[in-house]
Ligand binder design. Structure first.
Ligand SMILES: NC(=O)c1ccc[n+]([C@@H]2O[C@H](COP(=O)([O-])OP(=O)(O)OC[C@H]3O[C@@H](n4cnc5c(N)ncnc54)[C@H](OP(=O)(O)O)[C@@H]3O)[C@@H](O)[C@H]2O)c1
Length: 426
């Protein structure tokens, strides 16, 4: 059986109702206040709202006895029992959270970056001072993946997980699957508020890797530095790739994946071919999905709205209600680890060439030199010889081995663009 301990920290001193201070009255913060105002759970009382330039934030549906403040220090020094950090970013949010925990308060946050980089330290700080740190909203927004792992799956040994952890990428890729162009759909995502003006954090895979590292700690029980996971951006995926993927019975999604076999840890984030029959292929729009594979319990799938004010606020309010109930969560011991292994997966490689005799033979030879076995060669009709796309799929191999082979191939005189290499999930 996996090692599972009851939490050693004494429960934080609790008042009823718990006094709640929200830091950051933006999309999620205002939704949390809205749910508290509408459902009025007797265990929770909103007492403070902190935000810069707070006058422009004031809303008449918030109770008249709530203190609106732009003085973080004053709210941290107040009689609030729980700080709900919803400002985001590492600074100054991290300083507020540390100060609150040091003072013995509990903290609820949706801040994946803070938890990915400093979660272990902050949990220790909470335990040392008799408070609690909860971050159920930090991964997959309104989908209870974190409480699901911490409670419902604590008795299993999770060996592998794969998921769609970034709603922006899923929106873009599922629209491209329907025929939209990348630049067009990115603009649409920005207009709908699904993507930032600078979308790098999402489309570059940095947001997904922060979330993956949080899930790795809870599910695989390994503490990895998120920077060790080198993400691959979705920006090189083109309409032609969806067309070839369909011919192979697949579509393309941004997949965050990790496994731990015989103690070796592997992780990756990037656009990936997924079988059209897989649940991962069914998720559309901003949905998120996580598939966890346990040694004893088999596969468990979580799916739903991974972002948005209200879904994320549901996770925050659920954490607050758990705190009010004493929050005797199961502690899942984890250990520091390095990503020292690579998954061996089949790959999809798309080439764009000036056609001439002998290209396939040269590619085959370069792959064979690295002991990479070709699975299929697919070429669609109707493309001009001076810009001809075709696809080679290969049997399971390490990405680093394939990279070596592709370094030689990309120098061939016929290559118009660097080959696009995507992992395939089976
Ligand atoms: N939105 C989602 O769907 C979602 C989903 C999951 C997790 N999260 C996480 O939830 C957190 C909040 O996200 P959000 O979408 O609600 O962000 P948001 O709409 O930008 O809200 C952040 C709020 O915090 C305030 N704020 C930021 N920095 C501040 C500072 N230094 N001093 C005072 N006030 C400050 C902002 O004020 P201004 O208005 O003046 O900028 C804004 O009102 C983030 O950690 C995010 O990653 C969000």
């Amino acid at each position: 059986m996996p090692e599972v301990n009851a939490s050693s920290a004494a429960p934080a001193a609790r008042r009823s109702p718990l006094r709640i201070a929200i830091f950051g009255f933006g999309t999620v913060g205002s939704s949390v206040a809205r749910i508290l105002a509408e459902s009025q759970p007797p265990q929770l009382k909103l007492t403070h709202i902190f935000n810069r330039g707070v006058a422009r934030k004031k809303a008449d549906w918030v109770g008249g006895d709530v203190v609106w403040s732009e003085d973080a220090e004053a709210v941290l020094a107040s009689d609030a029992d729980v700080i709900v950090e919803l400002a985001g970013g590492l600074d100054p949010a991290g300083a507020w959270v540390r100060k609150a925990l040091t003072a013995g308060k509990s903290v609820v946050t949706a801040n994946k970056k803070l938890i990915a980089y400093y979660g272990v330290e902050l949990e220790r700080l909470a335990a040392a001072n008799g408070g609690h740190l909860k971050y159920g909203a930090a991964v997959a927004g309104g989908i209870p993946v974190i409480p699901g792992i911490e409670q419902g799956l604590a008795g299993d040994s999770i060996e592998r997980m794969e998921g769609i952890l970034n709603g922006t990428c899923n929106f873009i890729l599922s629209k491209m699957e329907e025929g939209a162009d990348y630049a067009e759909v990115l603009k649409d995502a920005q207009a709908k508020g699904y993507a930032e003006a600078d979308p790098t954090e999402d489309v570059g895979g940095f947001d997904a890797r922060a979330k993956l590292s949080i899930l790795m700690r809870l599910a695989l029980r390994v503490e990895v530095d998120p920077e060790q996971i080198v993400p691959k951006a979705i920006t090189d995926v083109a309409a032609i790739d969806f067309s070839y993927a369909r011919d192979l019975g697949c579509t393309i999604r941004q997949i965050a994946r990790a496994d731990k076999t015989s103690g070796a840890v592997a992780a990756s984030v990037g656009p990936t071919l997924v079988d059209l029959r897989s649940p991962l292929a069914w998720s559309r729009g901003t949905e998120n999905m996580v598939v966890l594979s346990g040694k004893y319990g088999g596969d468990v799938v979580f799916s739903g709205h991974g972002a948005g004010g209200h879904p994320t606020a549901v996770a925050v309010v659920s954490d607050l209600l758990a705190l009010a109930a004493g929050s005797r969560r199961v502690e899942l011991p984890s250990a520091k680890a390095v990503i020292g292994s690579e998954m061996e997966l089949p790959h999809y490689i798309r080439f764009l060439v000036y056609d001439r005799p002998g290209i396939v033979a040269e590619i085959t030879l370069a792959l064979a030199r690295e002991q990479i076995n070709i699975r299929a060669i697919v070429q669609k009709a109707g493309y001009p010889a001076n810009a001809l796309p075709f696809v080679v799929t290969v049997e399971p191999c390490k990405s680093s081995t394939l990279k070596r082979a592709l370094e030689g191939i990309r120098c061939l005189d016929c290559m118009i663009a660097p080959p696009l290499d995507l992992q395939m999930l089976e």
